[in-house]
Ligand binder design. Sequence first.
Ligand SMILES: Cc1cc2nc3c(=O)[nH]c(=O)nc-3n(C[C@H](O)[C@H](O)[C@H](O)COP(=O)(O)OP(=O)(O)OC[C@H]3O[C@@H](n4cnc5c(N)ncnc54)[C@H](O)[C@@H]3O)c2cc1C
Length: 228
Amino acid sequence: MPGGNVRPSYTGLINLGGILPGSGLAPTDGEMRMIWGSRAFFGYAVRDNGEAWWFANIGDAREPSRNAMRQERDAWAGQLTAHFSDDLPLIPDLIRRTSEIHSYPIHDLPHVPCWRDGPVGLIGDAAHATSPSSGQGASLALEDAAHLAVCLRDIADPAAALAHFEAERRPRAEQIVAEGRRRGAYKAPRSRAQMWLRDALMPIVFRFLVTEQSLAWIHDYRVPHSAA
Ligand SMILES: Cc1cc2nc3c(=O)[nH]c(=O)nc-3n(C[C@H](O)[C@H](O)[C@H](O)COP(=O)(O)OP(=O)(O)OC[C@H]3O[C@@H](n4cnc5c(N)ncnc54)[C@H](O)[C@@H]3O)c2cc1C
């Protein structure tokens, strides 16, 4: 089978999230607001009807067991509000008022040794699942679909088309998975000093280093028109 015996790799982050109808917050006009908190990371968006969608990433160096993830809503809410107690009051408020909180550890697949077996192949998350911190999992899956279509159109033998596809796609996909890991590492500072350093550097990084140009390899990618 393609993929072989590959275990997903734990990223050191747990994702939690929920939906709060009638939040009473002003709509964010299609924007997702993201906050690097003092201990964890928070994102939220408010629809025009006042429904708020939020997620939080908290750090946990040891991979939690399935049982540990099955905590009651109140236990997660208590843990989360403690994580954000020094941050924007809106965050613990949203968490407290949300009746259902979903939780799961975040894994990725940095390197799946083989994506194909004869005429059977993997694409999307099955081949290269990336942490949501990359913001690129769905984009990669769509690129895969378009690129695979080009390969199958231009190369008559399906096994050869899949081999070509894997050779072309693997470097980019694995680079983005690694980028997701790198971005995730800043989300949950392990100490006050780490938080202070992150907050001091962040404005400089976003002003001079994270630019349209530096992100062009991710956002301006074009699928080749032919599999020559
Ligand atoms: C919290 C979170 C936030 C994310 N944020 C972003 C983001 O901002 N930007 C972005 O680009 N990506 C994001 N992603 C990643 C994105 O959702 C995935 O990378 C993308 O959905 C992968 O698409 P896929 O088609 O490969 O797999 P999937 O979307 O997982 O689709 C696989 C489908 O196969 C079905 N299936 C599984 N087994 C079988 C079976 N045996 N028979 C039939 N059907 C089966 C499943 O039910 C599923 O519908 C995020 C993911 C998460 C979890």
